[in-house]
Design a protein. Structure first.
Length: 97
């Protein structure tokens, strides 16, 4: 299942299915300059900087939660990851802050 996983600094995780994610923004990828022998390659993917999702707790009237200016993850703040939850419970991350 594709989902947005939000992990608080306390370790509590919330999984939001992607059909509840209305948008997310990532920063630009970081690439090296390349050389005469090889073109540039991506050194690091852009991190998630903004996300909007529906709060499913109020099923009859869900509200849009907008989180803007998400800082880079430091371990002391909230971690936002977009990815896939596998059948065995592993989470394959495609993008994060």
């Amino acid at each position: 299942m594709e989902c947005l996983r939000i992990t608080l600094a306390s370790g509590v995780r919330t999984y939001i299915p992607t059909n509840y994610v209305t948008s997310f923004v990532t920063a630009a990828d970081v690439a090296d300059a390349g050389s005469a022998m090889a073109g540039p390659y991506v050194r690091s993917r852009g991190r998630i900087t903004d996300v909007k999702y529906l709060d499913g707790a109020a099923a009859a009237n869900p509200t849009v939660v907008s989180v803007a200016a998400i800082p880079a993850y430091t371990g002391a703040n909230t971690l936002y990851e977009l990815g896939r939850l596998t059948d065995d419970g592993a989470f394959l991350v495609r993008a994060s802050n």
